[in-house]
Design a protein around this ligand. Structure first.
Ligand SMILES: [Zn+2]
Length: 217
């Protein structure tokens, strides 16, 4: 397992200044833990809500090591059903969260980096994921990434049995691997004991602000 300490990560991506300033601990490349997990960071390309790359090309999907281990467990579970994980986002620097916040102006979905703990992506404890089939091709899911419509809800209520089965399988795999989902975004998962990874100050803030963070990407 490759571990990146904060100065190394900052050196790897000079275009993103305080890259790991808020992660609060070591981060690992998810694919160094399980190379069979597909990574397609949507903020590294143009196919995202801002329409241009927010990450430098070649950015790895980084998380806390415990999150990467959980993803490897979810991947092993999914392989038994001829599916696998594709990661759409992982560790997200605060600087990128600020850009998303300003670009989206959608406080219902995007966490304001200035309030409370900001996004749990910036702590390396949240990831966005979808399913692929055994040939790593996309499968039908309830919506695309960052779809701020009712189609993104955790509980699929549409008419397609295959979509329902896919999202249900993703949820079971992630729950069994120690993750919580998010009511308004079927693709977003947080490690269940996320508070353990926040600084004491941030954890206290999170407690004071209750569950506010849970509704935001
Ligand atoms: Zn997310």
């Amino acid at each position: 397992m490759r571990r990146f300490n904060v100065p190394l990560i900052a050196a790897m991506a000079v275009a993103l200044p305080p890259l790991a300033a808020n992660a609060g601990g070591p981060l690992v490349d998810i694919r160094s833990v399980d190379p069979t997990i597909i990574v397609e960071l949507r903020y590294a390309g143009r196919n995202n809500l801002v329409g241009y790359p927010l990450y430098p090309s070649g950015t790895c999907a980084l998380t806390r090591p415990e999150v990467a281990s959980g993803l490897a467990a979810a991947q092993a579970f999914l392989r038994r059903y001829q599916f696998g994980l594709k990661i759409w986002d992982a560790y997200r620097p605060v600087a990128v969260q600020e850009k998303l916040w300003h670009a989206s102006h959608n406080s219902d979905y995007v966490a304001n980096p200035e309030i409370g703990v900001g996004s749990l992506h910036s702590w390396g404890v949240a990831i966005d994921a979808t399913l692929v089939d055994t040939w790593n091709r996309p499968v039908r899911m309830p919506s695309d990434f960052d779809d701020f419509t009712p189609a993104a809800m955790w509980r699929y209520v549409g008419p397609h049995a295959d979509v329902r089965a896919h999202v249900h399988l993703l949820q079971i795999a992630m729950r069994n691997a120690g993750f919580w989902g998010l009511r308004t975004e079927w693709w977003h998962f947080t490690i269940a004991d996320w508070q353990k990874y926040l600084s004491n100050q941030a954890a206290r803030t999170a407690q004071v602000s209750g569950t506010q963070w849970r509704g935001k990407l």
